[in-house]
Design a protein around this ligand. Sequence first.
Ligand code: G3I
Length: 353
Amino acid sequence: MSFLRIVLLVSLLGTSLAADSLRTAARGRVHVGTAARPGFIIADSRYAATLAREFDQLEPENEMKWLLLRPARDHFDFAPADDLVRFAKQNGMVVRGHTLLWHQAVPKWLADGEWTWNELSQLMADHIQTVVKHFAGSVYAWDVVNEAFHPDGSLRSSIWYDSPGIGAEGPYGYIERAFALAHAADPQAKLFYNDYAFEAGGPKFEAILAMARDFKKRGVPLSGIGFQCHFSLESISAAALERTVRAFTDLGLEVHITELDVRLPVDSTGQPSPKDLERQAQLYGEVVRTCLEIRGCNAIQVWGFTDARSWIPRAFQRYGAGTLFDQEYRAKPAYAAVLDSLSQTTTTGGSHK
Ligand code: G3I
């Protein structure tokens, strides 16, 4: 079946949204999103139906990265990302864009090229302008720069930063320039800096906060910070998350939870223990409640929603089961906890948007 026919079919099914889906429970206070992949929408009807039923925000898991979007210097392949944008529109979802600059998912032609400062600078500018303009009006928020800091708070080595990269230009070099370019290409889009393993505080958190303060002071068009939230059961407490989120919202910035999942140790058949499933549910619920209680935390997005299609087992040996639905699309305790948190919480900080 073609992608278009699947989009139409799912849209028809979606006209009677269940009253107890995540997106309806959120009641417009926050966007409830997920990363998604077009191949799964085509191949797996349960995937497509669950995606449309539960979420009002979609982010391409890979399709807007340089590797997929720009297979050759002079060739952009927008089709897979456009398919996802179309699916989102047909199902009343907003779209987050991910990501304009990252040290990973860099195509070979770019990684292996011998670039002068000027060439790399021009490539970056052309790329950001072309991509942001292509999706203007469809993508409401961009992860402009992804994961630019090391755990110790220093700037990460990447093609953009290293010699003859464009990182030597002022303290935040290419990062600042990327935000200015994205803003010029689509002044309406919200522009985010997105990172992981800083959500509980520490040197990386301090470095991102210092950058955010500096950008605010000098008028660099930064709208907010993406908290990826790739957690294990030991990663974080709700109190720590509240402190770090508030550090940014207190500056007048937005926070989006962008890539939430909670990986669990699993046995040889991929099963977690019942006790860990309950602890996982508790952490998911706490993250959702924390965001809802802070004015300026405006989106809660998971990084995939079913254990059948998650990136986690490929990345972490003997871990898995990190999402809201199991391999058979049965709702897990974590789903119930998120639904409950979205249903119960009344926002103390007034309107979120
Ligand atoms: O699709 C090809 C397949 O054709 C090929 O046979 C196979 C061989 O390895 O690779 C497949 O591509 C993989 C792709 O995911 C789709 O499955 C790539 O190898 C793999 O590297 C890629 O991983 C993605 C990763 O980012 C790197 O781009 C994950 O799906 C994606 O979940 C992950 O997402 C990142 C965020 O962008 C940033 N934050 C962390 C997060 C998790 O790492």
